[in-house]
Ligand binder design. Structure first.
Ligand code: GRF
Length: 202
């Protein structure tokens, strides 16, 4: 399965996907595309000989023209799956529709709780005792798509956003390769009514 990964920053989730690929996971990351020229994830890709492209959103007058340029670049690699991994852009409904059923995202919360940004701080402020991460198919609603797999972590006394984020990230790095593998094996898909279907046991 040909995969294109979109990033904006550090790329630790990208790294987890690269590591799994190198350990034999049944997918190939054909390209890593970033909207941020300085994203460290680009360096991670280069170290593994994976082609990289930068589509800088500052070069475009509006969201729609950025998304059109991004989609053209992605389609040049003809991916069976597009993976958002720390990609910090809101995508237009047209872009999302174009990749329906083959666009995944990972979000650092137990969706549907805490959509949007600063999830770790919000969880601490709410006094929750549990937090986690979710992998979901992307739909036009921000962080609203059907959840495929989640991981839970305890909130511990003395946690701050950084210690909590680190605990969640560890789970993210387990979740994402698992879900991309399922998709690559043809075990996971989005059905006609927008429900995620998984063949076989988790
Ligand atoms: C992670 O919390 C991820 O859930 C969110 O972006 C953060 C950074 O991800 N999407 P990465 O280290 O750039 O993969």
């Amino acid at each position: 399965l040909a995969v294109v990964v979109l990033i904006s920053g550090n790329g630790s989730n990208l790294q987890a996907l690269i590591d799994a690929q190198e350990q034999g996971a049944p997918y190939r990351i054909r390209a890593v595309i970033s909207n941020e020229p300085t994203a460290f994830g680009l360096e991670r890709a280069r170290r593994h000989g994976i082609p990289t492209q930068v589509i800088d959103h500052r070069d475009y007058p509006d969201r729609a023209s950025f998304d059109v340029a991004l989609a053209k670049t992605i389609d040049g690699y003809d991916p069976g799956l597009v993976v958002l991994a720390g990609f910090m852009r809101i995508l237009t409904p047209e872009f999302v529709a174009h990749y329906r059923g083959r666009l995944l995202n990972i979000h650092p919360s137990l969706l549907p709780k805490y959509r949007g940004l600063h999830t770790h701080r919000r969880v601490l402020e709410a006094g929750d005792t549990e937090h986690g991460a979710s992998v979901h198919f992307v739909t036009p609603e921000l962080d609203g798509g059907p959840v495929v797999l989640q991981a839970r972590v305890p909130v511990q006394p003395g946690d701050d956003p950084d210690t909590l984020a680190a605990r969640v990230l560890k789970q993210e790095h387990r979740l994402y390769p698992t879900v991309v593998r399922w998709f690559a094996e043809g075990r996971l898909w989005l059905d006609g009514s927008g429900r995620p279907c998984l063949d076989g046991e988790v």
